[in-house]
Design a protein around this ligand. Structure first.
Ligand code: B12
Ligand code: SF4
Ligand code: SF4
Length: 273
């Protein structure tokens, strides 16, 4: 199984994958979990190409939405898997997934779990998207132990939301979550603005020494479908079709527009107090 899966994924430029038996998966969304699952192919896809952005929008949101990438990927690889293996079911998902993807990736040997709660691969660091293909194929592969990062604590000190502690991550304090809320109070808008955030947050990844010498993505999609800095004016003028290409579109145009405008106004005020 492994060799055939490897060849299918290599054709997509993906070199990080693992196979797990179903009983090692943690189901976080039972409604999405099919009853026939016997194993899972876990994928980690590096997306960073070293680009630097100054608009307060997280690196991952500068690329065409990764949900669209995974949809295209599954549409291409599932027919190949169906042809290669004599089983009935393959179900691809990413993010909106039945399983705890970071834990699965760690058990599949794709990396360690950082104190910031993300998976860190030894070659590509943490700038990865995770996905999986659930199948009804039996596997002899076994799950490995979930290993932790070095625990240097740099991400805890750098977190602008004080969301990270030795006990774990408090999602409700994370400024990435705050920047994606439907409505923000004035205080909340001021908080993310003061931190230079318009959408998402990469602070805990930027500071992490395990990201320092990372390799960049080789996946063509993440090299080609990349947008430079966004401005409120540009986002306001985008057609609906263009706007839907980006990961921030799920929250509607008002959120990203307000966040970008707030930040742009703050920068102007700082230049001309
Ligand atoms: C919900 C979600 C979020 C939420 C909450 C994150 C969280 N850690 O809980 C928000 C919006 C904050 C978020 C932000 C981001 N996310 Co997110 N997110 C998810 C999603 C959809 C589900 C995660 C989840 O709920 N897991 C279940 C919970 C129980 O497990 P956990 O995440 O490990 O949570 C632990 C801690 O949060 C802690 N905890 C929970 N509650 C509390 C409360 C307190 C008080 C304390 C102390 C601890 C604590 O205990 C939990 C169990 O150990 C996953 C995709 C998936 N299906 O797995 C992507 C995912 C984890 N996100 C991802 C990314 C890229 C990001 C961002 C980098 C995006 C950005 N640039 O802004 C940030 C990073 C923030 C961070 N440091 O984790 C990637 C991570 C890739 C990787 N290398 O690991 C994933 C896997 C998406 C994907 N398909 O690629 N995310
Ligand atoms: S994404 Fe930002 S706010 Fe959230 S845990 Fe990381 S550094 Fe803290
Ligand atoms: S900054 Fe240090 S503690 Fe945080 S994830 Fe990276 S190695 Fe782990």
């Amino acid at each position: 199984m492994r060799e055939t899966v490897k060849q299918i994924l290599e054709a997509e430029g993906i070199d990080l994958f693992g196979i797990l038996p179903a009983d090692s998966l943690t189901v976080i969304n039972p409604k999405l979990m099919p009853p026939w699952v016997r194993s899972a192919i876990i994928l980690a896809v590096p997306y960073d190409d070293g680009s630097v952005y100054t608009d307060g929008v997280s690196a991952y949101a500068h690329i065409t939405d990764y949900h669209l990438y995974f949809k295209g990927l599954f549409d291409r690889i599932i027919p190949k898997l169906e042809e290669a293996f004599p089983v009935k079911h393959f179900f691809g998902s990413a993010d909106h997934s039945p399983i705890h993807e970071k834990e699965a990736a760690a058990k599949a040997g794709l990396g360690v779990i950082g104190m910031h709660s993300m998976l860190i691969n030894e070659r590509y660091g943490s700038y990865l998207f995770l996905g999986s293909v659930l199948t009804d194929m039996e596997t002899q592969e076994t799950a490995g132990e979930v290993l932790s990062c070095t625990g240097c604590g740099a991400c805890l000190a750098a977190c602008p939301g004080t969301a990270l502690s030795v006990e774990g991550m408090s999602p409700e304090k994370c400024l990435s979550a705050l920047s994606q809320k439907k409505r923000l109070t004035e205080e909340e808008a001021a908080l993310i603005g003061a931190q230079g955030i318009a959408w998402g947050c990469d602070r805990c990844q930027e500071i992490c020494p395990l990201n320092a010498d990372r390799e960049f993505t080789r996946v063509p999609f993440f090299k080609e479908h990349r947008h430079g800095d966004f401005s409120a004016e540009e986002v306001a003028k985008m057609s609906d079709e263009e706007f839907r290409r980006f990961a921030f579109s799920w929250r509607g145009r008002a959120r990203i527009l307000e966040n970008l405008s707030n930040l742009e106004n703050l920068v102007k005020q700082r230049k001309n107090p």
